[in-house]
Design a protein around this ligand. Structure first.
Ligand code: NI
Length: 188
Protein backbone atom coordinates (compact mmCIF):
# COMPACT_ATOMS: atom_id res chain seq x y z
CA UNK A 1 0.00 0.00 0.00
CA UNK A 2 1.41 3.33 -1.03
CA UNK A 3 -0.31 6.62 -0.43
CA UNK A 4 1.13 9.34 -2.61
CA UNK A 5 1.24 13.07 -1.99
CA UNK A 6 -1.58 14.90 -3.78
CA UNK A 7 -0.36 18.02 -5.56
CA UNK A 8 -2.17 21.17 -4.47
CA UNK A 9 -3.14 24.22 -6.46
CA UNK A 10 -1.69 26.82 -6.95
CA UNK A 11 1.68 25.60 -5.60
CA UNK A 12 1.80 22.82 -8.20
CA UNK A 13 -0.13 24.50 -10.96
CA UNK A 14 2.50 23.69 -13.63
CA UNK A 15 2.18 19.95 -12.97
CA UNK A 16 -1.61 20.11 -12.66
CA UNK A 17 -1.84 22.03 -15.94
CA UNK A 18 0.35 19.63 -17.92
CA UNK A 19 -1.42 17.37 -20.42
CA UNK A 20 -1.01 13.65 -19.78
CA UNK A 21 0.18 11.05 -22.29
CA UNK A 22 -1.74 7.93 -23.35
CA UNK A 23 -0.67 4.71 -21.66
CA UNK A 24 0.89 2.47 -24.29
CA UNK A 25 1.48 -0.69 -22.26
CA UNK A 26 0.52 -2.08 -18.90
CA UNK A 27 4.03 -2.20 -17.47
CA UNK A 28 4.73 -2.92 -13.82
CA UNK A 29 5.18 0.80 -13.19
CA UNK A 30 1.78 1.63 -14.68
CA UNK A 31 0.15 -1.06 -12.54
CA UNK A 32 1.86 0.38 -9.49
CA UNK A 33 0.59 3.87 -10.31
CA UNK A 34 -2.98 2.53 -10.60
CA UNK A 35 -2.66 0.73 -7.27
CA UNK A 36 -1.19 3.82 -5.61
CA UNK A 37 -3.95 6.04 -7.02
CA UNK A 38 -6.53 3.67 -5.53
CA UNK A 39 -4.79 3.59 -2.16
CA UNK A 40 -4.41 7.36 -2.14
CA UNK A 41 -8.06 7.96 -3.03
CA UNK A 42 -9.29 5.43 -0.48
CA UNK A 43 -7.23 7.17 2.21
CA UNK A 44 -9.40 10.25 1.66
CA UNK A 45 -12.98 9.92 2.86
CA UNK A 46 -13.80 13.18 1.10
CA UNK A 47 -12.58 12.01 -2.31
CA UNK A 48 -14.59 10.41 -5.13
CA UNK A 49 -12.01 10.73 -7.88
CA UNK A 50 -8.28 11.10 -8.43
CA UNK A 51 -6.30 11.48 -11.64
CA UNK A 52 -2.65 10.51 -12.19
CA UNK A 53 -1.40 14.10 -12.78
CA UNK A 54 -2.59 14.92 -9.23
CA UNK A 55 0.19 12.65 -7.97
CA UNK A 56 2.60 14.07 -10.56
CA UNK A 57 2.30 11.17 -13.03
CA UNK A 58 1.42 12.48 -16.48
CA UNK A 59 -0.22 9.38 -17.88
CA UNK A 60 -3.88 9.04 -18.80
CA UNK A 61 -5.20 7.14 -15.80
CA UNK A 62 -7.84 8.08 -13.24
CA UNK A 63 -9.73 6.42 -10.42
CA UNK A 64 -13.39 7.09 -9.70
CA UNK A 65 -15.80 5.97 -7.00
CA UNK A 66 -19.27 5.66 -8.47
CA UNK A 67 -22.65 5.85 -6.82
CA UNK A 68 -24.67 3.91 -9.35
CA UNK A 69 -23.95 0.41 -10.65
CA UNK A 70 -25.42 -3.06 -10.73
CA UNK A 71 -24.66 -3.85 -7.09
CA UNK A 72 -25.05 -0.35 -5.76
CA UNK A 73 -27.84 1.88 -4.63
CA UNK A 74 -28.17 5.10 -2.73
CA UNK A 75 -25.67 7.90 -2.55
CA UNK A 76 -22.63 6.27 -0.99
CA UNK A 77 -19.50 6.17 -3.14
CA UNK A 78 -18.55 2.67 -4.33
CA UNK A 79 -15.22 0.87 -4.68
CA UNK A 80 -12.49 2.53 -6.75
CA UNK A 81 -12.65 1.87 -10.51
CA UNK A 82 -9.77 2.64 -12.90
CA UNK A 83 -10.24 4.46 -16.19
CA UNK A 84 -7.24 4.13 -18.52
CA UNK A 85 -6.99 6.31 -21.67
CA UNK A 86 -10.62 7.37 -21.24
CA UNK A 87 -12.22 9.06 -24.24
CA UNK A 88 -15.56 10.80 -24.32
CA UNK A 89 -17.82 9.24 -26.95
CA UNK A 90 -20.96 11.20 -26.12
CA UNK A 91 -21.75 13.97 -23.63
CA UNK A 92 -25.15 15.55 -23.10
CA UNK A 93 -27.67 16.75 -20.54
CA UNK A 94 -25.46 19.52 -19.16
CA UNK A 95 -26.48 20.74 -15.72
CA UNK A 96 -25.01 22.80 -12.93
CA UNK A 97 -23.92 20.54 -10.07
CA UNK A 98 -21.54 20.61 -7.13
CA UNK A 99 -17.85 20.12 -7.75
CA UNK A 100 -14.66 19.96 -5.73
CA UNK A 101 -11.17 18.57 -6.00
CA UNK A 102 -8.55 17.03 -3.69
CA UNK A 103 -6.04 19.48 -5.18
CA UNK A 104 -8.19 22.37 -3.80
CA UNK A 105 -8.74 21.51 -0.13
CA UNK A 106 -11.82 23.20 1.32
CA UNK A 107 -12.84 24.82 -1.96
CA UNK A 108 -16.08 23.84 -3.67
CA UNK A 109 -18.17 25.17 -6.45
CA UNK A 110 -20.91 24.63 -8.93
CA UNK A 111 -19.91 23.76 -12.47
CA UNK A 112 -21.81 22.91 -15.63
CA UNK A 113 -21.03 19.39 -16.78
CA UNK A 114 -22.80 16.63 -18.71
CA UNK A 115 -25.04 14.37 -16.67
CA UNK A 116 -24.97 11.77 -19.41
CA UNK A 117 -21.49 10.69 -20.41
CA UNK A 118 -20.48 7.76 -22.60
CA UNK A 119 -16.79 6.93 -22.33
CA UNK A 120 -14.57 4.32 -23.94
CA UNK A 121 -11.16 3.26 -22.67
CA UNK A 122 -9.36 0.43 -20.96
CA UNK A 123 -9.96 -1.04 -17.54
CA UNK A 124 -7.09 -1.80 -15.20
CA UNK A 125 -6.54 -5.21 -16.81
CA UNK A 126 -6.21 -3.50 -20.17
CA UNK A 127 -9.59 -4.69 -21.43
CA UNK A 128 -11.58 -2.23 -23.56
CA UNK A 129 -14.75 -0.77 -22.08
CA UNK A 130 -17.56 1.42 -23.36
CA UNK A 131 -19.54 2.66 -20.37
CA UNK A 132 -22.32 5.15 -19.75
CA UNK A 133 -22.20 7.30 -16.62
CA UNK A 134 -25.19 9.29 -15.49
CA UNK A 135 -26.05 11.96 -12.96
CA UNK A 136 -23.26 12.76 -10.43
CA UNK A 137 -21.18 9.78 -11.68
CA UNK A 138 -20.97 11.59 -15.04
CA UNK A 139 -19.82 14.75 -13.23
CA UNK A 140 -17.05 12.83 -11.43
CA UNK A 141 -15.82 11.05 -14.58
CA UNK A 142 -15.90 14.30 -16.59
CA UNK A 143 -13.92 16.08 -13.83
CA UNK A 144 -11.23 13.35 -13.88
CA UNK A 145 -10.93 13.31 -17.69
CA UNK A 146 -10.46 17.10 -17.50
CA UNK A 147 -7.45 16.54 -15.21
CA UNK A 148 -5.76 14.46 -17.92
CA UNK A 149 -5.92 17.52 -20.18
CA UNK A 150 -4.75 19.94 -17.48
CA UNK A 151 -8.24 21.37 -17.02
CA UNK A 152 -9.27 22.15 -13.43
CA UNK A 153 -12.73 22.65 -11.97
CA UNK A 154 -12.10 26.35 -11.34
CA UNK A 155 -11.90 26.73 -15.14
CA UNK A 156 -15.56 25.70 -15.33
CA UNK A 157 -16.80 28.11 -12.66
CA UNK A 158 -18.93 30.80 -14.23
CA UNK A 159 -18.67 33.37 -11.44
CA UNK A 160 -17.66 34.00 -7.85
CA UNK A 161 -21.17 33.25 -6.61
CA UNK A 162 -20.63 29.64 -7.73
CA UNK A 163 -17.52 29.18 -5.56
CA UNK A 164 -17.40 28.73 -1.80
CA UNK A 165 -15.17 27.44 0.97
CA UNK A 166 -16.12 24.91 3.61
CA UNK A 167 -14.28 24.86 6.91
CA UNK A 168 -14.86 23.76 10.49
CA UNK A 169 -15.95 26.42 12.95
CA UNK A 170 -14.87 26.57 16.62
CA UNK A 171 -17.23 23.77 17.62
CA UNK A 172 -16.28 21.50 14.75
CA UNK A 173 -19.32 22.16 12.58
CA UNK A 174 -18.73 22.54 8.89
CA UNK A 175 -19.70 25.98 7.68
CA UNK A 176 -19.84 27.46 4.22
CA UNK A 177 -18.12 30.78 3.55
CA UNK A 178 -17.92 32.92 0.43
CA UNK A 179 -14.60 33.10 -1.35
CA UNK A 180 -12.76 36.39 -0.96
CA UNK A 181 -10.97 38.10 -3.78
CA UNK A 182 -8.55 37.51 -5.33
CA UNK A 183 -9.53 34.01 -6.38
CA UNK A 184 -7.55 31.90 -8.80
CA UNK A 185 -10.29 31.70 -11.41
CA UNK A 186 -9.45 30.55 -14.91
CA UNK A 187 -6.11 29.78 -16.50
CA UNK A 188 -3.15 31.94 -15.74
NI1 NI B 1 -9.92 16.98 -9.16
Amino acid sequence: MAIREILLYPQHSAALRRKSEPIASFSASVKRVIRDLKDTLMSRPDGVGLAAPQVNVHQRAAIVRLRAGPSRQGSEAGPPVALINPQIVEARNEQKDSDGCLSFPGLYGRTIRPHYLRVSGLDEQGRPFDWVFESFDAVVVHHEIDHLDGVLFIDRIEGLEDLYRVHADGSGHLVRAPVKLPVPLGRE
